[in-house]
Design a protein around this ligand. Sequence first.
Ligand SMILES: Nc1ncnc2c1ncn2[C@@H]1O[C@H](COP(=O)(O)OP(=O)(O)O)[C@@H](O)[C@H]1O
Ligand SMILES: Nc1ccn([C@@H]2O[C@H](COP(=O)(O)O)[C@@H](O)[C@H]2O)c(=O)n1
Length: 211
Amino acid sequence: MTKRPVVIGIAGGSCSGKTSVTRAIYDVFRDHSVVVIEQDYYYKDQSHMTFDERLLTNYDHPLAFDTDLLIEHVHSLIDYKAVKKPVYDYVQHTRSEEVIDVEPKDVIIVEGILVLEDERLRDLMDIKLFVDTDSDLRIIRRIQRDIKERGRTADSVIDQYLSAVRPMHNMFIEPTKRYADVIIPEGGDNNVAIDLMVTKIKTILETGANL
Ligand SMILES: Nc1ncnc2c1ncn2[C@@H]1O[C@H](COP(=O)(O)OP(=O)(O)O)[C@@H](O)[C@H]1O
Ligand SMILES: Nc1ccn([C@@H]2O[C@H](COP(=O)(O)O)[C@@H](O)[C@H]2O)c(=O)n1
């Protein structure tokens, strides 16, 4: 049987805990070799737009992402070919000029709010997870995180949440839960769910089952 990496998709609303779950799995497989592809890094380049124009973009709509490039990169990694992953700047709302050289690995984690939305991307995944956290917790976390890490004000986070994040979540993100193999309540603190995922990934790596 030809060797093939295990591809894991981790979706869920903004601030649901996707990164925390990804980090927990990454820490276990670090030695085995794991690569993380963040969907956020594949937001379309907006360097041709003014800063004020970039503020008007709906960052929670599927069309905000360069999904073709993301799929191309996942295909390459599955074929054990290196890719040049874009880097995203949340303060400038566009791609940075730098790229990261990503080497292929045995475990590929594709993480982001809408990674289960596109059928072509879903079809590349062996395991699909949806991190499910109540919206009141997610907005509280988002206000704290975006002020601390993404150069935002509380008012701007709340305005964006009401005008784009919440409606797009209900329209595009929440419906993808139906594609998940496993729904993880409360993200990175759910040690039982993370242990179960780790066991499953180990089985796939050892036996090739599922692939
Ligand atoms: N269980 C938790 N309790 C409190 N804060 C959390 C918890 N999980 C995540 N956070 C915080 O919420 C923010 C978003 O978490 P993260 O895992 O990055 O979510 P996502 O990748 O889904 O946006 C981060 O600032 C993180 O520290
Ligand atoms: N320039 C940008 C780009 C994205 N966002 C928001 O990021 C959220 C997705 O990232 P998570 O880590 O929260 O999953 C998404 O909800 C976008 O609204 C942004 O604010 N600005």
